[in-house]
Ligand binder design. Sequence first.
Ligand code: ADP
Length: 839
Amino acid sequence: MAKKETTYTPMMQQYLEIKKDYADAIVFFRLGDFYEMFFEDAIIASKTLEIALTGRDAGAEERVPMCGVPHHAVIPYAQKLIQNGFKIAIVEQVTEPGNGLVKREVVKLITPGMIMDEGILNARTFNYIGGIVRDEAHFNLAYADLSTGDLSVLLELGEDELIQEIVRLDLKEVVLESHENRLMAKLDKLVLLSSTDHILKHALNESLNPKAQKASGLLLNYLKETQRNDLEQFNEIKVLEKNSYLKLDSHSRLSLELTDTYSHHKGSTLIEVLDHCVTALGSRLIRKFMDEPSKEQNVIEKRFDVIEAMQSSMVSLHQLKEALKGVYDLRRITTRIATKNANGKDLAQLRQTLSRVPEIKHALSQFNHPLLDTYNDEIYDLNDLYTLLESAIEAEPPLTLKEGGLIKLGYDAYLDELKNASSDGKAWMVQFESKEKERTGIKNLKIGYNRVFGYYIEVTKGSLDLVKEEFGYQRKQTLSGAERFITEELKEKETFILSAGEKEVALEYELFLRIRDMVSKETKNLQILSDQIAFIDAMSNLALVSKKNRYVRPTFTNTRSVSIKNGRHPVVEQSIKGDFVQNDIVIDDKGILLITGPNMSGKSTYMRMFAQHVVMAQMGSFIPADSAELPLFDQIFTRIGASDDLSLGQSTFMVEMLETNDAIKHATDQSLLIFDEIGRGTATYDGMALAQAIIEYVHEKIKCITLFSTHYHELTVLETSLKRLKNIHVMAAEEKRTIVFLHKIKEGPTDKSYGINVAELAKLPKPLIRRAEEILNHLEKDKKQTALLNLFNFDEVDDLTYVSLKEETVLNELKDLNINELSPIEALLLLKKLQEDLK
Ligand code: ADP
């Protein structure tokens, strides 16, 4: 028997019709004072939000699963779902309730990439959503922060580069064209995906080149469709060159502990040492500096100049810091104003922020420094805007727009009349109460008001006998202990007061919208001001942190050599106050430092210290040392510690080799390579052979500055054959059989590895330690000098180009092909297939 078709109620049919278009989102369906969720959405949401799952009769045999959240308290619920990676489609009633079904529509889609709400966003980081459009062999990536109005495009990325950028920018969501199935499958685990197909032509992107236009057009289309507004917060699109900044892949960023660490420990990242900005604007800029360290010497030197200028007067610097206090997140407030989401509190915060600008300008002028004067001259103070807000907006306006309390007395004459009418009304009530007490002789008579019944005269049960006919009291409401009455006179006054009150609230709302519109005309200027304040805050922060921590201005060399005197690790020196052992870093032109020393002596710390110096210098910060000369780098590659990706089923050694391969394949002579104990994950001779071959390859082929730590002290003989390799070691001393780590770097190789001493420190059983010493003595007696092979000539081997398995298959197919047997069409089809295979 055929199953009976379910006929749902009209409302449920309306729901299902909407849900059809938002299958991948949780639909918040407005029903009166609640947002309700149904079916699968209700099951998921009730679990995630820990709220009750109920059911609703909807015409079907079984009740439909349902759960709901109150509309006035929706934010925390939405926030929790978004944080769990869900999208939410908000469905509102768009017609007034009357006869028949109320019309409902999706008014907004909220996804992790589209949050604008202050309570949900992290003030100190960006919240980006990306849009990707493929263009022949490359990908073009547009990314935007809806809450700040920042929008940029990165062009011509390879697939690996695209993935690196998604991770680096920490994209919360990525929009693709719906036919990009293969890419979707690849990115699915990495980031939340959405799709759209139309490329929007917009005033913003019409003058861009076609690639940038397409990528930004796809993203803008998605934003416009889902936000249902005109994207007023965006004023420009920045088209960025992909290699314009110092490149670090996501592993290197984590192992160098820049903004996060593998263990996500607090207190161990460079950003925590460097970011003490007063404003969220400044913090986001410092983070951007660190995420995109510059390669342009003039950009960096300009930042150094500003730091130096600011350090010229510590008194003024402290004044400037003070002036920045009380500046709110101007960029995000401006967005809320431009997109008509701002409330009274936002305008009050804008006023407060604008009130700080003259102080900031004054503090800048106190330095009496020509460079800071030029920056100062460029800052708008937007005084007219401040005057408008100061005269119009109440000191502490409420969050709501429709309950009054927004507009100051004196701003609008008619509003003042209405306000006076209602306050006169209140005074009248007081008089009326005493008049009635006198007239009736009822001493405890009271005049009161509530929303449902309006004004009333309340007489307690005990005094009811005293109410006489001639008073003209009409019964209005009965309570357990009292009766409430109304009189003609009170009724008249009530109409007058209430209508004045209603008019007042409506007029305040209207005036507020008008003021907000006036302010939104200044969106562009407010964004410029935000960026100027961000720069001043970020630079004064670097100036102060550099002074406090005794950092020095680095000098860039034209050769590939380094000379850092008494360098310190910026993060470790903070955590072990006073006890940090400073070390020089001296590297000759294109040199390799081979670092030996016992475990735990400080080899990784030394290498990380140098990498962090490079990042700091290129972001425009001074660095922890007494003096520093170093070249500019294009990329940093690191292979530090075990970052096993067990989820991908890769062993430590495999990860080590993959990362090494990546470094060797992409490094140039301007790069920095940091290799920590390569080859440790396999058998000794295996590992040592690989380590030696890698060093030789870097020395002969790549010729870039390299720090290579190893516990194979046999490798130190390489110094005799590789002319740009230098041995250094971390000193350790043996005192009464115990090893003491001195953390001091010395020239030359280490004499022994102290492995047994470290084992003893770790309290391995004494007899075991004695036995190990015995074996070691025996081995050392027998030790043959490690045979150092003649230097391999990498140039004589022509097969040094790297070919992936995929490429190899395609090449073989091409090689085996008999062209004479192919028709032109077949050849074309084959060509297409081969090209597909390569993608
Ligand atoms: P290795 O790489 O040689 O095994 P690490 O670099 O991990 O050693 O250093 C081990 C510990 O020694 C670090 O946790 C750090 O606290 C300390 N350390 C390293 N270098 C220094 C230094 N220059 N001054 C003071 N302590 C240091």
